[in-house]
Structure formats: structure tokens, C-alpha cells
Design a binder for this molecule. Structure first.
Ligand code: WQD
Length: 331
């Protein structure tokens, strides 16, 4: 029996693949390399000393999905594959709705066709929108301010609907906060194509001298130092959370949304200081206007993850920055 990891060559997917293989799971990876590269697959093999089947292609290719499900006994799916750049989603909404939602429907149709009834879904704290108070709690109303966020909201509802119609189906909707860091080996990490949308890979390019400064998007928020506060979580903690979710889904039916965060907020300037300490490099920055759509604070209530998955984050921001520097700066 195998676990299908869609988007398994990506940042969170590759780290989760390592955890699954280290835990003795058989995995199959499907990835189209739209925001990843084959060298991540080599990194997974070098870290674990194990191999796995890999299919290159798009999750909307139904003939490819038939091959995956007929050539392997897929017991469960951990579904990472998806486009995830907020700004890009505003410029290209149709591409985001087609790729993320139609892609997920193709995966779910293949699962139904071949009798696979467990999905761990890569959701996001973005589903809490702009109107909820922090810390965010799973039962809060969900909404979005951009097409990327709406795809996550819609797919959560699709999975709730599948579980309503098929009482044997299990779905855990993991709402990630802000994943950063890298595997301690330095062999896998975040490597976005093009100019990074997220802060940590951008800071790392400043530390590496590729960019001369960081633009801090606003210092006039109602936060301790005026800059945006986020719940940064180590990608290895996140990967372990997927294994805990899979073990839970194997024993429980129905749909459950669970926050994967640390429950602690860190401001942009605090993150910059932590990177400077970890990398021993100066990170010059310029305060600029707020980025449209940003919220002041975003951090998790993590009690449900502990209660339901028996999972909690182990690493702090200093660990995340040290591991990130080792990966990005080969320190
Ligand atoms: C973090 C903080 C910015 C860049 C997004 C998605 C979310 C998830 C994680 C996919 C904010 C500030 C950033 C920069 C800055 N993605 N910042 N200068 O926006 O919290 O979350 O990524 O699952 O769904 O919404 O992450 O890293 O872009 O920003 O000052 O060059 O850093 O204002 O306060 P965000 P981010």
C-alpha cells in the first residue's frame, strides 16, 4: 500500500516525503515541476537512503492518474500540488481556479474510481481572511481576499461535501501558517522559481548578496514594532504534522480542519534580527508602503492539533533561521 504525495518535489512536499520514508511508509510522488525541480527528488533519496516511484505530470491528466492508481495500490493521498502565489492569483484567476480546484477534482475522481478514501489536504491560514480576531481557531468563519485563498476555501468545502456523501471517507484539512526553515542536512529546502513572493526566501537572497535590501511592507500596523506579525513554523514540524494527520485519518472518518502553527507571533523586524543572528550577515532593509491584502497579525490557536493529532511544533524561530541559512547560504 502506498501514499500518493502530489506536489512531492515542492518545499513542504519534499520534507513530508522524507518524514514518511523515514517512518517506513511506501510513497509515490506526482509533480509537474511548475514550482520545484528534480534535484529535490535526489535530496529526498540521499537523506533517507530510500527510493520511491515518481510520475512527472499534471494532476489534471486523467490518463496519468489512471496509470498512477493502476500501477500502485494507493491507500491515501497527501495533496500538496497547487499554485500558491497570492499576487499571481489576482493577475491569473482562471489559471488558479483551473489548476487548484479542477486539479483537486481530478484527484478526487481518481480516488473514488479506485477506492481510495483518505486525503490530507494542504490548506492555509489564508482561509481565516481579514475579519477574524487572532489567535485563529478552526471553527471560525472562512473567507478569502484573493483567488488563491478562495481555492483553499472552496477545496475545504469540497472535501467536507465528499465526507458528507461518503461516510467512509477521511479528510484532514491542514491549515499551514508561515512555513520556513529547511531540513538540517541542507540537502532540501525552499527554492521558488523567479522572484520570491514570501519573505524568507527573499531575505535569504539579500543575505546571499543577490538583492541589496529587503522591502519591509509597512511599519504602521497596530503591532509591537509596527511591522506585520506572522506565525512562522519550521517546515520539518509541518512535515511531522502530516504524518500525525495521516495516522489520525486512518482511524477516523469525516473531515477535520486543523491549524499547524506554533501559536507564537513574530514581526518582520524580529525575523530580520533572527536571520542576522543565525547567518552572521547584515540584512539591510527599507520601510515601504503596506502590501495590498496584507493583515496586521496572523497566528494560530494550536490546541486542536495537540488534542486531536497529539502534535505540537518543536522548533523555534532561531532554529528555523539557522536551518534556512544552512540551506540557502550553504553555511
Ligand atoms: C510575511 C510577512 C509581509 C515579503 C503567504 C500566503 C499564505 C502562505 C504563506 C501559501 C508579511 C512581510 C513579505 C517582503 C515583507 N502561502 N513581507 N517584505 O503573506 O503572511 O502568507 O505565504 O500557503 O497563504 O498568504 O507570507 O512571507 O509573503 O509575508 O515585509 O518582501 O512579511 O507584509 O507581514 P504571508 P509572506
Amino acid at each position: 500500500m502506498s501514499v500518493l504525495v502530489t506536489g512531492g518535489a515542492g518545499f513542504i512536499g519534499s520534507h513530508t516525503a522524507v518524514v514518511l520514508l523515514d517512518h517506513g511508509e511506501d510513497i509515490v510522488i506526482l509533480d509537474n515541476f511548475s514550482n520545484s525541480s528534480p534535484d529535490m527528488l535526489d535530496g529526498i533519496r540521499r537523506i533517507t537512503g530510500k527510493d520511491f516511484k515518481f510520475y512527472e505530470g499534471d494532476m489534471r491528466d486523467k490518463a496519468l492518474l489512471d496509470r498512477v492508481f493502476t500501477e500502485n495500490k494507493i491507500e491515501s493521498v497527501i495533496h500538496f500540488a497547487g499554485l500558491k502565489a497570492v499576487g499571481e492569483s489576482v493577475e491569473k484567476p482562471l489559471e488558479y481556479y483551473d489548476n487548484n480546484i479542477n486539479g483537486t477534482l481530478c484527484i478526487l475522481e481518481a480516488m473514488r474510481k479506485y477506492g481510495c478514501k483518505i486525503m490530507i489536504f494542504s490548506s492555509s491560514a489564508t482561509v481565516y481572511g481579514n475579519d477574524n480576531p487572532v489567535p485563529f481557531v478552526e471553527g471560525m468563519k472562512t473567507s478569502a481576499t484573493n483567488p488563491y485563498g478562495w481555492t483553499k476555501v472552496f477545496i475545504e468545502h469540497i472535501l467536507e461535501g465528499v465526507c458528507e456523501s461518503d461516510k467512509e471517507f477521511s479528510a484532514v484539512l491542514l491549515r499551514y501558517f508561515n512555513p520556513i526553515g529547511a531540513h538540517k542536512s541542507g540537502l532540501i529546502g525552499e527554492k521558488p522559481n523567479g522572484i520570491p513572493n514570501n519573505i524568507m526566501p527573499y531575505i535569504m537572497k539579500v543575505a546571499a548578496g543577490e538583492y541589496d535590501h529587503l522591502n519591509v511592507f509597512g511599519d504602521d500596523y497596530d503591532t509591537p514594532d509596527g511591522t506585520g506579525v506572522r506565525d512562522y513554523i519550521h517546515v520539518v514540524d509541518l512535515a511531522n504534522g502530516h504524518l500525525s494527520a495521516l495516522e489520525y485519518a486512518r482511524k477516523n472518518k469525516g473531515a477535520e480542519a486543523v491549524n499547524l502553527g506554533t501559536g507564537k507571533g513574530t514581526s518582520v523586524l524580529e525575523l530580520v534580527a533572527a536571520v542576522e543572528k543565525a547567518s552572521d550577515r547584515k540584512i539591510p532593509y527599507v520601510i515601504t508602503a503596506r502590501r495590498p491584502g496584507d493583515i496586521a497579525e496572523c497566528y494560530a490557536d494550536v490546541s486542536k492539533a495537540k488534542r486531536v493529532l497529539n502534535w505540537q511544533a518543536q522548533y523555534d524561530v532561531d532554529d528555523m533561521c539557522a536551518d534556512n541559512a544552512r540551506w540557502a547560504l550553504k553555511q
